[in-house]
Design a protein. Structure first.
Ligand code: BGC
Length: 765
């Protein structure tokens, strides 16, 4: 094999010297010559081969698969008709699969191995939505770095992450994978995830290629129903959906994945606007490729956008989808389309060039087995160091929603604690959905975390109370929620009667969120609420820890429970991290990356909405209905975007601007004083929002434009400054050009998107 590969590479190098007609941007792609040389050796069949991404659903280290389809896949890998594989794992498994390609195919081109390494591989970090609540790039970067280190030790060199879909509708189960509702925060977190996965050099054996997904607007599925239609304006697309993707492209992400949805009648796979005009055109994305989502090129036929395989292949490839994940459309259409002259070889070459470039970047041409290291696989997974990073990330992701009369933090000594709820003892749910190779039931449960933290374990007692689910709990199957089983109530109530404080775990099973898990009800399911009301009758000192993967509608909790901690699905170290916060070893610092509605009927709900023509009622018309509102609920969320408490308190004062006027080539400074008015040190995330009062298209009532995390000792005060310049005020205007427009702007600074100080200034020409 090595001989064959070596010959290929030498030949490539020689041919490369003579090739001066490359259309690839050589300056920005150090591998351009090698890629073009290799390309010049390839037949059309081999080129099309690079576009095919196969799932490996059989054991590569075992016997030859009996299934006919899999046998065909195997033959295709050997003959160079496959460019990449997904769901093939382990150092041995990927080595065997790689061998098939490099030892048997004519040119010995190595495969890329992709996998959904979303928030960890073996060691689970908090779900991405939880990580976003940290508003901390280091949480994202270090978590992704650990994930890359572990996955790459197990043969994987490409992850289908980060997901950067803006999510405004909690009915959509994939909110858990997203960085939330805001494009600024989503861009910030996504860049850090990419940095963590890819490092500074993708050919380093401990880094992997990242994938910006889902391109684009998947989070805007109508009614929050997964795989549904998307129909949004170009302004929303440009100003809200695309900024994280543009940031990802600028950060050098190795690939993009397009999405299942259509936008304005065109399935994303077939979108020339997204792929050719924007990504590969205006954004000048040259050195990476676009992969389809699972089977989505084929779904263009179901959407009613292509009549058959040939048309689907034609539309997707010409629009800029480079790689076909498991639809098998390209392998059954592109050669024919090229031979018929319907698709030019230039278009095919562009796609192949991009894929080969990433293979060079990954170092696969130097060593196709770079990522198949059995020794690293034994030593680098689930290490103490990785778990420590997971614990730090988890506690930074926790958001304190309510803390009446300072019920929290609890005391480690002398306080009797009843831990109640099946989620409290659960060692699996905290691992979250999209958990790659996490060992089932391997998380530290809340109960274990609490028992490990207190000085005397006998002060802690546990009762299950409710049962949340029954039957199989798996990524691919529907989940059965238990309703009407109150058999565990009595024991829990008896326990609650006897203790100083109850820690009640409530929330969602992790398989209530993720792909295909849309819900019409975003409250707490099953018998949890009934139990909560029963417990309140006997003990008012209840701390609820909420484990969930979406924003929930929980007004009843807010009304009756004195202390609420949002703990998401926090990963391997969940219980320890929650205990760190419960007992005050870590002062909570998380802020919500999504608005929590009062009722599902408010969805989609987001802070950066438009003003509309009738935002409030006229005082003279009090009682009349002719304004934009609900007759049975306030418009406002229960907890707004950016909200989160601390065990200390912060006071904001003295908002000022360096000038009340700014020219488009100038800048002004906004300053604010923040004081820690409580008794202990704490961290605060100071948030800057801007409003553009009048635009060529209407502008949101506020938009996050910056934030700073600060630590203040008790009594300490700091002045925080933000620079505002033309970039801060620019947006995609009525004609979709990017720039600012003169006029009046509001500057708002505060600790969440609602509680803010405001002042105005003018942008002049
Ligand atoms: C999901 C993607 C994922 C892919 C591969 C699809 O169903 O939408 O996010 O990366 O499967 O597992």
């Amino acid at each position: 094999m090595k001989v064959q590969l070596a010959i290929a590479i030498v030949t490539i190098a020689l041919v490369g010297c003579n090739n001066s007609n490359s259309k690839t941007n050589i300056a920005s792609n150090p591998y351009a010559q090698q890629v073009d040389s290799l390309l010049s050796l390839m037949t059309v069949e081999e080129k099309v081969g690079q576009l095919n991404l196969y799932a490996g659903s059989w054991e590569f280290t075992g016997p030859v698969p009996e299934d006919v389809n899999n046998q065909k896949k195997l033959e295709n890998i050997k003959s160079g008709r496959v460019g990449a594989m997904l769901n093939v794992i382990t150092a041995d498994g990927t080595r065997e699969a790689q061998k098939l390609a490099v030892e048997n195919s004519r040119l010995g081109i190595p495969l890329i191995f992709g996998y959904d390494v979303i928030h960890g591989y073996k060691t689970m970090m908090p779900i991405p939505l939880g990580q976003a609540a940290s508003w901390d790039a280091e949480v994202a970067r270090s978590g992704a770095q650990v994930a890359a280190k572990e996955a790459s030790a197990s043969g994987i060199n490409w992850t289908f992450a980060p997901m950067m879909d803006i999510a405004r509708d909690a009915r959509w189960g994939r909110m858990m994978e997203s960085p939330g509702e805001d494009p600024y925060l989503a861009s910030y977190m996504s860049k850090a995830w990419i940095k963590g996965f890819q490092g500074n050099d993708m050919s380093d054996a401990a880094t992997i290629a990242a994938c910006a997904k889902h391109f684009a607007a998947y989070g805007f599925v109508e009614a929050g129903r997964d795989y549904n239609t998307v129909d949004i304006s170009l302004q929303t697309l440009y100003n809200v959906v695309l900024p994280p993707f543009k940031a990802a492209s600028e950060a050098g992400v190795a690939s993009f994945m397009n999405s299942f949805n259509e936008i304005g009648g065109v399935p994303a796979n077939g979108s020339e606007l997204l792929q050719r005009q924007l990504l590969k055109g205006a954004w000048e994305y040259q050195n990476g490729f676009v992969v389809s989502d699972w089977g989505s090129i084929g779904e263009m036929i179901t959407h009613g956008y292509a009549a058959d395989t040939l048309e689907a292949g034609y539309k997707a490839l010409t629009a800029g989808s480079d790689m076909d994940m498991e639809a098998h459309i390209y392998e059954n259409s592109i050669e024919e389309l090229v031979s018929l002259g319907k698709i030019s070889e230039d278009i095919l070459n562009d796609a192949v060039r991009r894929i080969l470039t990433v293979k060079f970047q990954l170092g696969l041409f130097d060593d196709p087995y770079l990522y198949c290291d059995v020794e690293r696989e034994k030593s680098d997974l689930l290490t103490e160091e990785n778990l420590e990073i997971a614990r730090a990330a988890a506690r930074k992701s926790i958001v304190l929603l309510k803390n009446e009369n300072n019920l929290l933090p609890l005391s480690k000594e002398g306080q009797s604690i009843a831990v109640i709820g099946s989620l409290a003892a659960d060692k699996d749910v905290p691992l979250g959905s999209w958990r790659a190779q996490a060992n089932e039931g391997s998380a530290v449960s809340l109960l274990e975390g609490i028992e490990g933290a207190v000085s005397d374990k006998t002060n802690v007692s546990y009762s299950k109370g409710y049962t949340l689910t029954k039957g199989r709990r798996q990524f691919i199957y529907e989940l059965d929620i238990v309703n009407g089983d109150q058999s565990g109530f009595k024991r829990a109530i008896d326990l609650a009667k006897k203790v100083d404080v109850v820690v009640l775990a409530m929330g969602e099973d992790c398989w209530q969120t993720g792909e295909g898990r849309s819900q019409t009800d975003i409250g707490l399911k099953g018998d949890q609420m009934d139990l909560m009301y029963e417990l309140l009758k006997v003990n008012k000192n209840i701390v609820v820890t909420l484990m969930n993967g979406r924003s929930l509608a929980i007004p009843e909790l807010d009304e009756s429970i004195p202390a609420i901690l949002e703990v998401w699905h926090l990963g391997s170290e969940a219980g320890n991290a929650i205990a760190d916060v419960l007992f005050g070893d870590y002062n909570p610092s998380g802020k919500l990356p999504v608005s929590f509605p009062r009722h599902v009927g408010q969805c989609p709900i987001y802070y950066n909405h438009k003003n509309g023509g009738r935002p409030t009622t006229n005082p003279h018309d009090a009682g009349m209905v002719f304004w934009s509102h609900y007759t049975d609920s306030p418009n406002s969320p229960l907890y707004p975007f950016g909200y989160g408490l601390s065990y200390t308190t912060f006071e904001y004062s003295d908002l000022s601007l360096s000038s009340m006027e700014m020219s488009s080539n100038g800048e002004i400074t906004a300053s604010i004083k923040v004081k820690n008015t409580g008794k202990i040190a704490g961290q605060e995330t100071v948030q800057l929002y801007i409003r553009d009062y009048v635009g060529s298209v209407t502008r949101p009532v506020k938009e996050l434009k910056g934030f700073e995390k600060i630590t203040l000792k008790s009594g300490e005060e700091k002045e925080i400054q933000f620079t505002i310049n033309n970039e801060t005020l620019s947006y995609y205007r009525a004609d979709l050009s990017f720039g600012s427009e003169p006029g009046q702007f509001a500057v708002m600074i505060g600790g969440n998107s609602q509680k803010i100080l405001t002042t105005d200034f003018r942008l002049v020409d």
